[in-house]
Design a protein around this ligand. Structure first.
Ligand SMILES: [Zn+2]
Length: 297
């Protein structure tokens, strides 16, 4: 019986293989950034609608989010289909494949939904690179009633385990005092210097971070012109968020020097955490070890 259901699901995927690969390639060829995945969302939802799914678009007040449902069984299974690309480098993370695989899994499960007693919901989840679309959807109740949710993510290696990390995204703002960099540099307080000091500190701290803790970020504002001492600078995420606040005694000083002020970082919200995949090219995935949320900031 089980094999019959598996075979039915497999045959559904095999029958749709060309269309699924085409969907993946189309999304690859038209990369769209977070919250702008109009074509990827429409094409994915359309494929499911054509297969008989009832589709609701624009869920959670997100124009490119959708829920496509098939079956009526008591066990509700969610399949996530990510949609967005990265700025400048397109679908380097392979969300085109996640979308197509999500659609394919939905088609396969819909075929056997009555046999299994399940309802399958394919969730088009926008803004996974920048914005945490799934979090917004969770907050809006889109995942309510779903007993389990899953997705696949492509990687450059094959593995049966996929350790994940949580992430907090923060914006740090530094404030100094503007001055002409040539005529009166002594009157200025360089806010961008604070970022430099902070980045150096982060670099030195890395040696002592717990295994699994990561810090990475960019300078988002460093001044307007070379001949102006910048009074304002910003980085993302800036200084590190230490490991598990509840289990670690480590502390991090965040004040880079005494002349600039560091405004409290503005996070995208302490609940703005998403799982990000990690893999080690050429190696087998590491055995599971506890990971923890980077502390909220
Ligand atoms: Zn990704």
């Amino acid at each position: 019986m089980t094999m019959t259901i598996k075979q039915a699901a497999r045959s559904e995927v095999e029958g749709a293989a060309d269309a699924l690969v085409d969907l993946s390639h189309r999304i690859w060829d038209h990369p769209e950034l977070a919250f702008e995945e109009e074509r990827a969302s429409a094409w994915s939802a359309e494929a499911l609608a054509d297969a008989g799914f009832s589709v609701e678009t624009g869920v959670a007040d997100l124009p490119t989010a959708f829920v496509a449902e098939a079956g009526s069984g008591p066990l509700v299974i969610g399949i996530c289909a990510e949609l967005d690309a990265l700025p400048g480098i397109g679908h380097a993370c392979g969300h085109n494949m996640i979308a197509a695989a999500g659609v394919g899994a939905g088609l396969a499960l819909a075929r056997v939904a009555d046999d299994l007693g399940i309802t399958v919901r394919v969730l088009g989840t926008p803004a996974e690179e920048l914005g945490g679309g799934k979090i917004l959807m969770v907050e809006q109740g889109v995942f309510d009633g779903i007993h389990l949710a899953m997705m696949v993510h492509p990687a450059p290696v094959e593995g049966d385990a996929f350790p994940t990390l949580a992430i907090s995204q923060c914006d740090f703002h530094y404030h100094g005092k503007t001055a002409h960099a040539s005529l009166a540099p002594n009157l200025g307080i360089n806010a961008a210097d604070a970022i430099t000091v902070a980045q150096v500190g982060v670099g030195l701290l890395r040696q002592h971070l717990e295994v699994g803790d990561q810090v990475h970020g960019i300078v988002t504002r460093g001044g307007e012109a070379a001949n102006i001492v910048p009074s304002s600078a910003a980085s993302k995420p800036g200084p590190p968020q230490p490991g598990p606040a509840s289990t670690s005694s480590r502390s991090v000083r965040r004040t880079p020097n005494s002349t600039t002020t560091t405004r409290s970082p503005t996070c995208t919200g302490p609940t703005r955490r998403r799982s990000v995949g990690r893999w080690a090219p050429g190696r087998r995935p590491r055995p599971h070890r506890p990971t923890w949320p980077i502390s909220a900031c």
